[in-house]
Design a protein around this ligand. Structure first.
Ligand SMILES: Cc1cc2nc3c(=O)[nH]c(=O)nc-3n(C[C@H](O)[C@H](O)[C@H](O)COP(=O)(O)O)c2cc1C
Length: 555
Protein backbone atom coordinates (compact mmCIF):
# COMPACT_ATOMS: atom_id res chain seq x y z
CA UNK A 1 0.00 0.00 0.00
CA UNK A 2 2.99 2.30 0.53
CA UNK A 3 3.55 2.59 -3.23
CA UNK A 4 0.32 4.64 -3.34
CA UNK A 5 2.23 7.40 -1.59
CA UNK A 6 5.51 7.27 -3.47
CA UNK A 7 6.47 10.01 -5.90
CA UNK A 8 3.15 11.79 -5.62
CA UNK A 9 1.95 15.39 -5.74
CA UNK A 10 -0.75 15.76 -3.15
CA UNK A 11 -3.39 18.37 -2.32
CA UNK A 12 -3.12 18.87 1.46
CA UNK A 13 -6.16 18.77 3.74
CA UNK A 14 -7.61 22.24 4.26
CA UNK A 15 -10.77 23.00 6.16
CA UNK A 16 -13.40 24.69 3.95
CA UNK A 17 -11.08 24.56 0.93
CA UNK A 18 -10.78 20.86 0.19
CA UNK A 19 -14.37 20.03 -0.61
CA UNK A 20 -15.20 18.28 -3.88
CA UNK A 21 -14.75 21.22 -6.33
CA UNK A 22 -11.20 22.02 -5.18
CA UNK A 23 -10.26 18.36 -5.14
CA UNK A 24 -11.55 17.77 -8.67
CA UNK A 25 -9.87 20.87 -10.03
CA UNK A 26 -6.55 19.91 -8.45
CA UNK A 27 -6.84 16.45 -10.02
CA UNK A 28 -7.61 18.05 -13.39
CA UNK A 29 -4.40 20.06 -13.12
CA UNK A 30 -2.23 17.08 -12.21
CA UNK A 31 -2.45 16.29 -8.48
CA UNK A 32 -2.11 12.54 -7.86
CA UNK A 33 -3.94 12.40 -4.54
CA UNK A 34 -6.32 14.84 -2.88
CA UNK A 35 -7.14 15.04 0.83
CA UNK A 36 -10.51 16.22 2.06
CA UNK A 37 -10.76 18.76 4.85
CA UNK A 38 -10.44 17.29 8.33
CA UNK A 39 -13.72 15.72 9.43
CA UNK A 40 -14.24 14.88 13.08
CA UNK A 41 -15.07 11.23 13.82
CA UNK A 42 -18.22 12.06 15.82
CA UNK A 43 -19.56 14.08 12.91
CA UNK A 44 -19.18 11.46 10.20
CA UNK A 45 -20.75 8.95 12.58
CA UNK A 46 -23.90 11.05 12.58
CA UNK A 47 -24.28 10.86 8.83
CA UNK A 48 -26.13 8.61 6.50
CA UNK A 49 -24.64 7.51 3.18
CA UNK A 50 -26.80 8.61 0.29
CA UNK A 51 -26.36 8.07 -3.43
CA UNK A 52 -27.22 11.48 -4.85
CA UNK A 53 -28.54 10.68 -8.30
CA UNK A 54 -29.10 14.33 -9.02
CA UNK A 55 -25.43 15.27 -8.72
CA UNK A 56 -23.92 11.88 -9.45
CA UNK A 57 -22.25 11.92 -6.04
CA UNK A 58 -22.11 9.84 -2.89
CA UNK A 59 -23.02 12.02 0.06
CA UNK A 60 -22.66 11.59 3.80
CA UNK A 61 -25.48 13.65 5.15
CA UNK A 62 -26.64 14.71 8.62
CA UNK A 63 -30.29 14.50 9.52
CA UNK A 64 -30.75 18.23 8.93
CA UNK A 65 -29.51 17.80 5.35
CA UNK A 66 -25.98 19.11 5.97
CA UNK A 67 -23.54 17.36 3.66
CA UNK A 68 -20.48 16.45 5.71
CA UNK A 69 -18.60 14.69 2.92
CA UNK A 70 -19.36 14.43 -0.78
CA UNK A 71 -17.40 12.39 -3.28
CA UNK A 72 -17.88 11.30 -6.89
CA UNK A 73 -16.49 8.70 -9.31
CA UNK A 74 -14.08 11.22 -10.86
CA UNK A 75 -11.93 11.12 -7.71
CA UNK A 76 -12.31 7.42 -7.00
CA UNK A 77 -9.03 5.89 -5.90
CA UNK A 78 -7.53 9.34 -5.32
CA UNK A 79 -9.37 10.88 -2.42
CA UNK A 80 -7.99 10.53 1.10
CA UNK A 81 -10.36 11.05 4.00
CA UNK A 82 -8.76 12.98 6.86
CA UNK A 83 -10.11 12.13 10.26
CA UNK A 84 -9.98 14.19 13.44
CA UNK A 85 -10.03 11.84 16.41
CA UNK A 86 -8.85 11.20 19.94
CA UNK A 87 -10.18 7.69 20.35
CA UNK A 88 -9.21 4.46 18.60
CA UNK A 89 -12.60 2.74 18.65
CA UNK A 90 -14.47 5.79 17.50
CA UNK A 91 -11.88 6.44 14.80
CA UNK A 92 -12.38 2.93 13.42
CA UNK A 93 -16.15 3.22 13.48
CA UNK A 94 -15.93 6.56 11.69
CA UNK A 95 -13.44 5.31 9.10
CA UNK A 96 -15.68 2.35 8.33
CA UNK A 97 -18.49 4.74 7.41
CA UNK A 98 -16.48 5.95 4.39
CA UNK A 99 -14.13 3.00 3.84
CA UNK A 100 -15.72 1.85 0.59
CA UNK A 101 -15.78 5.32 -0.89
CA UNK A 102 -12.25 6.62 -0.31
CA UNK A 103 -8.71 5.58 -1.21
CA UNK A 104 -7.24 6.00 2.25
CA UNK A 105 -7.72 7.29 5.78
CA UNK A 106 -5.42 9.91 7.27
CA UNK A 107 -5.36 10.90 10.92
CA UNK A 108 -4.74 14.56 11.64
CA UNK A 109 -2.06 14.91 14.32
CA UNK A 110 -0.94 18.37 13.31
CA UNK A 111 -3.82 20.71 13.98
CA UNK A 112 -2.81 23.30 16.62
CA UNK A 113 -6.27 24.90 16.90
CA UNK A 114 -7.72 25.14 20.40
CA UNK A 115 -10.84 23.25 19.37
CA UNK A 116 -8.77 20.24 18.32
CA UNK A 117 -6.20 20.29 21.08
CA UNK A 118 -8.79 20.71 23.85
CA UNK A 119 -10.65 17.72 22.44
CA UNK A 120 -7.46 15.62 22.60
CA UNK A 121 -7.15 15.65 18.79
CA UNK A 122 -4.63 17.12 16.35
CA UNK A 123 -1.39 18.27 18.00
CA UNK A 124 -2.59 16.98 21.39
CA UNK A 125 -1.85 13.49 20.12
CA UNK A 126 1.82 14.31 19.49
CA UNK A 127 2.36 14.22 23.26
CA UNK A 128 0.59 10.86 23.68
CA UNK A 129 2.59 8.15 21.91
CA UNK A 130 0.47 5.36 23.42
CA UNK A 131 -2.71 6.94 22.10
CA UNK A 132 -1.11 7.35 18.67
CA UNK A 133 -0.17 3.68 18.69
CA UNK A 134 -3.66 2.63 19.72
CA UNK A 135 -5.43 4.73 17.12
CA UNK A 136 -3.17 3.84 14.22
CA UNK A 137 -2.89 0.10 14.92
CA UNK A 138 -6.65 -0.14 15.40
CA UNK A 139 -7.19 1.54 12.05
CA UNK A 140 -4.50 -0.44 10.23
CA UNK A 141 -5.85 -3.75 11.54
CA UNK A 142 -9.50 -2.86 11.07
CA UNK A 143 -9.50 -1.34 7.60
CA UNK A 144 -8.98 -2.66 4.11
CA UNK A 145 -7.57 0.63 2.80
CA UNK A 146 -4.25 2.37 3.58
CA UNK A 147 -3.91 4.40 6.76
CA UNK A 148 -1.57 7.38 7.12
CA UNK A 149 -1.10 10.24 9.53
CA UNK A 150 0.01 13.85 9.32
CA UNK A 151 2.19 15.31 12.04
CA UNK A 152 4.07 18.49 12.84
CA UNK A 153 7.72 18.29 13.85
CA UNK A 154 8.56 18.43 17.57
CA UNK A 155 10.97 21.06 18.94
CA UNK A 156 13.69 18.43 19.46
CA UNK A 157 15.00 16.47 16.47
CA UNK A 158 15.48 13.26 18.43
CA UNK A 159 11.90 13.34 19.70
CA UNK A 160 10.62 13.84 16.17
CA UNK A 161 12.62 10.86 14.95
CA UNK A 162 11.38 8.67 17.80
CA UNK A 163 7.83 9.68 17.05
CA UNK A 164 8.28 8.89 13.36
CA UNK A 165 9.71 5.44 14.20
CA UNK A 166 6.83 4.73 16.56
CA UNK A 167 4.35 5.69 13.85
CA UNK A 168 6.15 3.52 11.31
CA UNK A 169 5.82 0.62 13.73
CA UNK A 170 2.03 0.81 13.63
CA UNK A 171 1.97 -0.34 10.02
CA UNK A 172 0.83 2.90 8.39
CA UNK A 173 1.39 3.23 4.65
CA UNK A 174 3.04 6.66 4.82
CA UNK A 175 3.75 9.62 7.08
CA UNK A 176 3.13 13.26 6.19
CA UNK A 177 5.38 15.73 8.00
CA UNK A 178 4.69 19.46 8.25
CA UNK A 179 8.04 21.07 9.05
CA UNK A 180 6.74 23.46 11.72
CA UNK A 181 6.16 22.88 15.42
CA UNK A 182 2.81 23.23 17.16
CA UNK A 183 3.64 26.79 18.24
CA UNK A 184 4.93 27.93 14.88
CA UNK A 185 2.79 29.73 12.34
CA UNK A 186 2.86 29.86 8.53
CA UNK A 187 5.30 32.81 8.52
CA UNK A 188 7.93 30.72 10.31
CA UNK A 189 10.50 28.97 8.16
CA UNK A 190 9.66 25.37 7.36
CA UNK A 191 12.21 22.97 8.88
CA UNK A 192 13.04 21.08 5.73
CA UNK A 193 16.14 19.56 7.34
CA UNK A 194 13.98 17.84 9.98
CA UNK A 195 11.72 16.36 7.32
CA UNK A 196 14.90 15.12 5.64
CA UNK A 197 16.11 13.49 8.84
CA UNK A 198 12.72 11.78 9.27
CA UNK A 199 12.83 10.52 5.68
CA UNK A 200 16.25 8.99 6.43
CA UNK A 201 15.12 7.47 9.72
CA UNK A 202 12.10 5.51 8.43
CA UNK A 203 11.52 3.25 5.47
CA UNK A 204 7.89 4.14 4.74
CA UNK A 205 7.25 6.99 2.29
CA UNK A 206 7.48 10.42 3.89
CA UNK A 207 5.29 13.15 2.46
CA UNK A 208 6.91 16.58 2.84
CA UNK A 209 4.64 19.46 3.76
CA UNK A 210 5.02 23.12 4.69
CA UNK A 211 6.77 24.35 1.56
CA UNK A 212 4.14 26.60 0.01
CA UNK A 213 6.22 29.75 0.45
CA UNK A 214 8.99 28.19 -1.60
CA UNK A 215 6.73 26.59 -4.21
CA UNK A 216 6.08 29.39 -6.66
CA UNK A 217 5.96 27.33 -9.84
CA UNK A 218 5.67 23.68 -10.88
CA UNK A 219 9.44 23.04 -10.90
CA UNK A 220 9.65 24.12 -7.23
CA UNK A 221 7.61 21.07 -6.21
CA UNK A 222 10.44 18.78 -7.24
CA UNK A 223 13.01 21.11 -5.62
CA UNK A 224 11.11 20.93 -2.33
CA UNK A 225 10.92 17.16 -2.58
CA UNK A 226 14.66 16.92 -3.21
CA UNK A 227 15.49 19.34 -0.36
CA UNK A 228 13.48 17.31 2.08
CA UNK A 229 14.57 13.91 0.77
CA UNK A 230 10.90 12.91 0.87
CA UNK A 231 9.00 10.49 -1.37
CA UNK A 232 6.13 12.85 -2.07
CA UNK A 233 5.08 16.46 -1.66
CA UNK A 234 1.87 17.72 -0.08
CA UNK A 235 0.82 21.29 -0.91
CA UNK A 236 -1.69 23.40 0.98
CA UNK A 237 -1.57 27.17 0.57
CA UNK A 238 0.15 27.29 -2.83
CA UNK A 239 -2.74 25.17 -4.11
CA UNK A 240 -5.33 27.17 -2.22
CA UNK A 241 -4.04 30.31 -4.00
CA UNK A 242 -3.86 28.73 -7.45
CA UNK A 243 -4.33 24.99 -7.74
CA UNK A 244 -2.95 24.93 -11.27
CA UNK A 245 0.39 24.81 -9.40
CA UNK A 246 0.06 21.05 -10.02
CA UNK A 247 0.12 21.67 -13.78
CA UNK A 248 3.25 20.33 -15.45
CA UNK A 249 2.88 22.83 -18.33
CA UNK A 250 2.84 25.78 -15.92
CA UNK A 251 0.26 27.71 -13.96
CA UNK A 252 -2.85 29.13 -15.61
CA UNK A 253 -4.02 32.71 -15.13
CA UNK A 254 -5.78 33.02 -11.78
CA UNK A 255 -8.95 34.37 -13.39
CA UNK A 256 -9.37 31.18 -15.45
CA UNK A 257 -8.70 28.98 -12.43
CA UNK A 258 -11.30 30.78 -10.30
CA UNK A 259 -13.87 30.37 -13.04
CA UNK A 260 -13.09 26.68 -13.40
CA UNK A 261 -13.49 26.35 -9.61
CA UNK A 262 -16.83 28.16 -9.72
CA UNK A 263 -18.09 25.85 -12.46
CA UNK A 264 -17.38 22.82 -10.26
CA UNK A 265 -18.90 24.60 -7.25
CA UNK A 266 -22.15 25.11 -9.18
CA UNK A 267 -22.10 21.61 -10.65
CA UNK A 268 -21.59 19.88 -7.33
CA UNK A 269 -23.75 22.25 -5.30
CA UNK A 270 -20.85 23.16 -3.02
CA UNK A 271 -21.61 24.83 0.30
CA UNK A 272 -21.97 28.49 -0.71
CA UNK A 273 -20.00 29.83 2.25
CA UNK A 274 -17.11 27.55 1.36
CA UNK A 275 -17.26 28.61 -2.29
CA UNK A 276 -17.04 32.26 -1.28
CA UNK A 277 -14.19 31.54 1.13
CA UNK A 278 -12.23 29.69 -1.53
CA UNK A 279 -12.68 32.38 -4.16
CA UNK A 280 -11.53 35.05 -1.71
CA UNK A 281 -8.49 32.98 -0.78
CA UNK A 282 -7.62 32.62 -4.45
CA UNK A 283 -8.09 36.34 -5.01
CA UNK A 284 -6.07 37.34 -1.96
CA UNK A 285 -3.44 39.21 -3.94
CA UNK A 286 -5.82 40.45 -6.62
CA UNK A 287 -8.49 42.09 -4.52
CA UNK A 288 -8.19 45.23 -6.63
CA UNK A 289 -10.04 43.39 -9.43
CA UNK A 290 -13.78 44.19 -9.51
CA UNK A 291 -14.55 40.46 -9.21
CA UNK A 292 -12.52 40.30 -5.98
CA UNK A 293 -14.35 43.27 -4.47
CA UNK A 294 -17.69 41.94 -5.74
CA UNK A 295 -17.10 38.57 -4.12
CA UNK A 296 -16.81 40.21 -0.70
CA UNK A 297 -20.55 40.81 -0.58
CA UNK A 298 -21.89 37.60 -2.20
CA UNK A 299 -24.09 35.23 -0.25
CA UNK A 300 -25.21 32.68 -2.80
CA UNK A 301 -23.99 30.92 -5.92
CA UNK A 302 -26.41 33.07 -7.87
CA UNK A 303 -24.62 36.18 -6.53
CA UNK A 304 -21.29 34.62 -7.47
CA UNK A 305 -22.55 33.96 -10.98
CA UNK A 306 -23.43 37.65 -11.34
CA UNK A 307 -20.11 38.95 -10.00
CA UNK A 308 -18.16 36.62 -12.27
CA UNK A 309 -20.37 36.98 -15.37
CA UNK A 310 -21.31 33.30 -15.21
CA UNK A 311 -25.10 33.59 -15.16
CA UNK A 312 -25.50 31.35 -18.22
CA UNK A 313 -23.42 28.62 -16.64
CA UNK A 314 -25.38 28.86 -13.37
CA UNK A 315 -28.76 28.80 -15.15
CA UNK A 316 -27.70 25.83 -17.25
CA UNK A 317 -26.61 23.85 -14.19
CA UNK A 318 -29.93 24.55 -12.45
CA UNK A 319 -31.95 23.70 -15.54
CA UNK A 320 -30.12 20.41 -16.06
CA UNK A 321 -30.58 19.55 -12.39
CA UNK A 322 -34.29 20.29 -12.41
CA UNK A 323 -34.81 18.27 -15.57
CA UNK A 324 -32.99 15.35 -14.04
CA UNK A 325 -34.84 15.71 -10.75
CA UNK A 326 -38.24 14.95 -12.26
CA UNK A 327 -37.03 11.85 -14.03
CA UNK A 328 -35.09 10.60 -11.02
CA UNK A 329 -38.05 10.84 -8.71
CA UNK A 330 -39.99 8.83 -11.27
CA UNK A 331 -37.22 6.27 -11.64
CA UNK A 332 -37.07 5.93 -7.86
CA UNK A 333 -39.93 3.57 -8.54
CA UNK A 334 -42.57 4.19 -5.96
CA UNK A 335 -43.74 7.52 -7.39
CA UNK A 336 -43.78 8.92 -3.88
CA UNK A 337 -41.44 11.88 -4.46
CA UNK A 338 -40.46 11.47 -0.82
CA UNK A 339 -44.04 12.05 0.31
CA UNK A 340 -45.37 9.89 3.14
CA UNK A 341 -48.77 9.52 4.69
CA UNK A 342 -48.53 7.58 7.89
CA UNK A 343 -50.99 5.96 10.11
CA UNK A 344 -49.54 4.90 13.40
CA UNK A 345 -50.85 1.77 15.13
CA UNK A 346 -53.11 3.88 17.29
CA UNK A 347 -54.74 5.65 14.37
CA UNK A 348 -52.57 8.74 14.03
CA UNK A 349 -52.36 10.40 10.62
CA UNK A 350 -49.34 12.42 9.62
CA UNK A 351 -48.45 13.94 6.28
CA UNK A 352 -44.72 14.10 5.72
CA UNK A 353 -42.89 15.89 2.91
CA UNK A 354 -39.11 16.10 2.50
CA UNK A 355 -38.66 19.88 2.73
CA UNK A 356 -36.07 21.99 4.47
CA UNK A 357 -36.46 25.60 5.53
CA UNK A 358 -34.05 27.75 3.56
CA UNK A 359 -34.00 31.17 5.20
CA UNK A 360 -32.75 32.99 2.16
CA UNK A 361 -35.91 32.12 0.23
CA UNK A 362 -38.13 34.16 2.56
CA UNK A 363 -38.42 37.70 3.80
CA UNK A 364 -38.32 37.97 7.59
CA UNK A 365 -41.80 39.48 7.61
CA UNK A 366 -43.41 36.64 5.65
CA UNK A 367 -42.09 33.31 6.80
CA UNK A 368 -43.97 30.01 6.24
CA UNK A 369 -45.17 30.15 9.86
CA UNK A 370 -46.55 33.63 9.32
CA UNK A 371 -48.20 32.56 6.05
CA UNK A 372 -49.70 29.51 7.73
CA UNK A 373 -51.02 31.54 10.61
CA UNK A 374 -52.74 33.95 8.25
CA UNK A 375 -54.19 31.15 6.15
CA UNK A 376 -55.55 29.40 9.23
CA UNK A 377 -57.20 32.62 10.38
CA UNK A 378 -58.86 33.10 7.01
CA UNK A 379 -60.08 29.52 6.99
CA UNK A 380 -61.30 29.64 10.60
CA UNK A 381 -59.06 26.71 11.47
CA UNK A 382 -57.81 28.35 14.64
CA UNK A 383 -54.14 28.77 15.41
CA UNK A 384 -51.76 26.12 14.10
CA UNK A 385 -50.32 24.05 16.96
CA UNK A 386 -46.67 23.11 16.88
CA UNK A 387 -45.08 20.17 18.64
CA UNK A 388 -41.34 19.81 18.47
CA UNK A 389 -39.04 17.03 19.55
CA UNK A 390 -35.32 17.34 20.10
CA UNK A 391 -33.07 14.45 19.22
CA UNK A 392 -30.44 14.17 21.94
CA UNK A 393 -27.75 12.60 19.73
CA UNK A 394 -27.07 15.67 17.62
CA UNK A 395 -29.40 18.20 19.27
CA UNK A 396 -31.50 18.66 16.16
CA UNK A 397 -35.21 19.33 15.97
CA UNK A 398 -38.26 18.03 14.13
CA UNK A 399 -41.66 19.68 14.36
CA UNK A 400 -45.21 18.65 13.63
CA UNK A 401 -47.92 21.22 13.08
CA UNK A 402 -51.59 20.48 13.63
CA UNK A 403 -53.99 22.19 11.25
CA UNK A 404 -57.62 21.29 10.73
CA UNK A 405 -57.16 17.86 12.29
CA UNK A 406 -54.07 16.84 10.34
CA UNK A 407 -50.47 16.74 11.39
CA UNK A 408 -47.85 17.93 8.94
CA UNK A 409 -44.13 17.33 9.26
CA UNK A 410 -40.90 17.06 7.32
CA UNK A 411 -38.54 14.11 7.06
CA UNK A 412 -35.58 16.36 7.90
CA UNK A 413 -34.18 17.36 11.25
CA UNK A 414 -33.10 20.96 11.63
CA UNK A 415 -30.37 22.52 13.73
CA UNK A 416 -32.79 25.11 15.14
CA UNK A 417 -36.25 24.67 16.62
CA UNK A 418 -37.47 27.73 14.71
CA UNK A 419 -36.39 26.19 11.40
CA UNK A 420 -38.06 22.89 12.26
CA UNK A 421 -41.34 24.73 12.85
CA UNK A 422 -40.91 26.69 9.64
CA UNK A 423 -40.38 23.41 7.74
CA UNK A 424 -43.53 21.89 9.28
CA UNK A 425 -45.48 25.00 8.28
CA UNK A 426 -44.10 24.67 4.74
CA UNK A 427 -45.34 21.06 4.61
CA UNK A 428 -48.84 22.09 5.55
CA UNK A 429 -48.94 24.93 3.05
CA UNK A 430 -47.40 22.89 0.22
CA UNK A 431 -49.83 20.05 0.88
CA UNK A 432 -52.68 22.49 0.43
CA UNK A 433 -51.08 24.36 -2.46
CA UNK A 434 -51.04 27.57 -0.48
CA UNK A 435 -48.24 30.05 -1.08
CA UNK A 436 -45.78 29.93 1.81
CA UNK A 437 -44.33 33.40 1.37
CA UNK A 438 -41.26 32.36 -0.57
CA UNK A 439 -39.62 34.98 -2.73
CA UNK A 440 -37.46 32.41 -4.47
CA UNK A 441 -37.63 28.67 -5.07
CA UNK A 442 -35.47 26.65 -2.67
CA UNK A 443 -32.76 24.75 -4.55
CA UNK A 444 -34.19 21.37 -3.60
CA UNK A 445 -37.64 22.00 -5.04
CA UNK A 446 -39.22 22.47 -8.42
CA UNK A 447 -42.76 23.61 -9.20
CA UNK A 448 -43.37 20.09 -10.59
CA UNK A 449 -42.30 18.53 -7.33
CA UNK A 450 -44.52 20.85 -5.32
CA UNK A 451 -47.39 19.94 -7.58
CA UNK A 452 -46.78 16.22 -6.99
CA UNK A 453 -46.66 16.65 -3.23
CA UNK A 454 -49.89 18.60 -3.33
CA UNK A 455 -51.55 15.92 -5.45
CA UNK A 456 -50.36 13.21 -3.11
CA UNK A 457 -51.47 15.12 -0.03
CA UNK A 458 -54.91 15.67 -1.46
CA UNK A 459 -55.23 12.18 -2.85
CA UNK A 460 -56.51 9.18 -0.98
CA UNK A 461 -54.84 6.64 -3.19
CA UNK A 462 -51.44 5.24 -2.36
CA UNK A 463 -48.51 7.26 -3.66
CA UNK A 464 -47.26 4.38 -5.78
CA UNK A 465 -50.38 4.31 -7.88
CA UNK A 466 -50.48 8.04 -8.38
CA UNK A 467 -48.98 8.27 -11.83
CA UNK A 468 -51.00 10.86 -13.64
CA UNK A 469 -53.18 13.84 -12.95
CA UNK A 470 -56.14 12.07 -14.60
CA UNK A 471 -55.85 9.17 -12.20
CA UNK A 472 -55.92 11.60 -9.30
CA UNK A 473 -59.01 13.25 -10.68
CA UNK A 474 -60.77 9.93 -11.16
CA UNK A 475 -60.23 9.20 -7.53
CA UNK A 476 -61.47 12.61 -6.53
CA UNK A 477 -64.76 11.90 -8.20
CA UNK A 478 -65.22 8.65 -6.35
CA UNK A 479 -64.57 10.33 -3.03
CA UNK A 480 -67.01 13.06 -3.66
CA UNK A 481 -69.81 10.67 -4.59
CA UNK A 482 -69.30 8.48 -1.62
CA UNK A 483 -68.92 11.11 1.06
CA UNK A 484 -70.83 14.19 -0.02
CA UNK A 485 -69.88 17.68 0.87
CA UNK A 486 -71.87 18.56 3.88
CA UNK A 487 -69.63 18.37 6.87
CA UNK A 488 -67.99 21.01 9.01
CA UNK A 489 -64.75 20.18 7.25
CA UNK A 490 -66.35 20.83 3.89
CA UNK A 491 -67.50 24.25 4.91
CA UNK A 492 -64.11 25.20 6.23
CA UNK A 493 -62.45 23.91 3.11
CA UNK A 494 -64.84 25.77 0.89
CA UNK A 495 -64.04 28.94 2.81
CA UNK A 496 -60.40 28.16 2.52
CA UNK A 497 -60.49 27.67 -1.20
CA UNK A 498 -62.66 30.75 -1.71
CA UNK A 499 -60.41 32.98 0.27
CA UNK A 500 -57.08 31.65 -0.80
CA UNK A 501 -57.23 31.23 -4.52
CA UNK A 502 -54.98 34.23 -4.96
CA UNK A 503 -52.57 32.64 -2.52
CA UNK A 504 -52.14 29.36 -4.33
CA UNK A 505 -48.82 28.61 -5.98
CA UNK A 506 -49.82 28.21 -9.59
CA UNK A 507 -52.44 30.36 -11.17
CA UNK A 508 -52.62 27.97 -14.11
CA UNK A 509 -53.64 25.00 -12.00
CA UNK A 510 -55.48 27.07 -9.46
CA UNK A 511 -59.02 25.97 -10.26
CA UNK A 512 -58.24 22.32 -10.56
CA UNK A 513 -56.24 22.29 -7.36
CA UNK A 514 -58.88 24.16 -5.43
CA UNK A 515 -61.53 21.70 -6.53
CA UNK A 516 -59.42 18.83 -5.44
CA UNK A 517 -58.79 20.50 -2.15
CA UNK A 518 -62.53 20.89 -1.45
CA UNK A 519 -63.34 17.33 -2.37
CA UNK A 520 -60.61 15.79 -0.33
CA UNK A 521 -60.90 17.96 2.69
CA UNK A 522 -64.55 17.09 2.72
CA UNK A 523 -63.56 13.73 4.06
CA UNK A 524 -61.16 14.97 6.67
CA UNK A 525 -63.43 14.44 9.66
CA UNK A 526 -61.19 11.71 10.95
CA UNK A 527 -59.39 10.57 14.02
CA UNK A 528 -55.98 12.12 13.62
CA UNK A 529 -53.55 12.09 16.45
CA UNK A 530 -50.01 13.02 17.09
CA UNK A 531 -47.69 10.04 16.79
CA UNK A 532 -46.65 8.39 20.02
CA UNK A 533 -43.09 9.61 19.92
CA UNK A 534 -44.26 13.21 19.84
CA UNK A 535 -46.89 12.68 22.50
CA UNK A 536 -44.38 10.96 24.73
CA UNK A 537 -41.86 13.72 24.53
CA UNK A 538 -44.09 16.74 24.76
CA UNK A 539 -46.68 15.26 27.03
CA UNK A 540 -49.31 17.93 26.54
CA UNK A 541 -51.07 17.21 23.34
CA UNK A 542 -53.94 15.09 24.56
CA UNK A 543 -56.29 18.05 24.73
CA UNK A 544 -55.97 18.63 21.02
CA UNK A 545 -57.05 15.17 20.08
CA UNK A 546 -60.29 14.38 18.38
CA UNK A 547 -61.96 11.50 20.21
CA UNK A 548 -61.53 8.04 18.76
CA UNK A 549 -63.84 7.61 15.84
CA UNK A 550 -64.65 5.10 13.17
CA UNK A 551 -64.76 7.71 10.44
CA UNK A 552 -62.88 7.28 7.25
CA UNK A 553 -59.20 7.75 7.84
CA UNK A 554 -57.37 9.60 5.12
CA UNK A 555 -54.40 7.27 4.92
C1 LIG B 1 -7.14 27.10 5.18
C2 LIG B 1 -6.33 26.00 5.77
C3 LIG B 1 -6.97 24.92 6.32
C4 LIG B 1 -6.24 23.84 6.84
N1 LIG B 1 -6.92 22.75 7.30
C5 LIG B 1 -6.20 21.64 7.65
C6 LIG B 1 -6.86 20.42 7.94
O1 LIG B 1 -8.09 20.30 7.87
N2 LIG B 1 -6.09 19.35 8.29
C7 LIG B 1 -4.73 19.43 8.36
O2 LIG B 1 -4.08 18.42 8.68
N3 LIG B 1 -4.09 20.56 8.08
C8 LIG B 1 -4.79 21.65 7.70
N4 LIG B 1 -4.12 22.79 7.33
C9 LIG B 1 -2.64 22.79 7.32
C10 LIG B 1 -2.13 22.42 5.93
O3 LIG B 1 -2.57 21.14 5.52
C11 LIG B 1 -0.61 22.44 5.87
O4 LIG B 1 -0.11 21.54 6.81
C12 LIG B 1 0.00 23.81 6.15
O5 LIG B 1 -0.72 24.83 5.51
C13 LIG B 1 1.43 23.86 5.68
O6 LIG B 1 1.53 23.52 4.30
P1 LIG B 1 1.74 24.63 3.14
O7 LIG B 1 3.05 25.34 3.43
O8 LIG B 1 1.78 23.90 1.86
O9 LIG B 1 0.63 25.60 3.25
C14 LIG B 1 -4.82 23.89 6.83
C15 LIG B 1 -4.17 24.99 6.28
C16 LIG B 1 -4.91 26.02 5.74
C17 LIG B 1 -4.19 27.19 5.11
Amino acid sequence: MSENYTNKMILAPMVRVCTLPMRLLSLDYGADLVYCEEIIDRKILLTQRIENGLLGTTDFVMSDGTVVFRTCPQEKGKVIFQLGTSDAKRALAAARVVEKDVAGIDVNMGCPKEFSVKGGMGCALLKQPEKIKQILTTLVEGLSIPVTCKIRVLPELENTLNLARLIEGTGVAALAVHGRTQDERPQHKNRNHIIKAVAEAVSIPVIANGGSKEILQFEDIEKFRANTGASSVMIARAAEWNCSIFRREGQLPLYDVVKAYIRYAFQYDNNEINSKYCILQMMHESMDMPEGQGTLSVKTHEDISEVWGMQDCYRQVLQDRKRLEGSLYQQAGDGSYGFKRRKADDGCVVIEIPVKFDKKCYLPAMSPKQSLHEWCQRCLYGNPKYKTVERPGDRSFNSHVLVDGKWYTTSFWEKRKQYAEQAAAMCCLLSNNIHDGRIKEPDDQTPELRQKWHQLAQSRISPSSLQTQSQVEENSDCDEKSTGLNTQGDIKSQLASDSTTSNTFEAVTENKQTENHVHKSGTAHVTERLPDHVVDQTGDCGSQMVPESTSQVDV
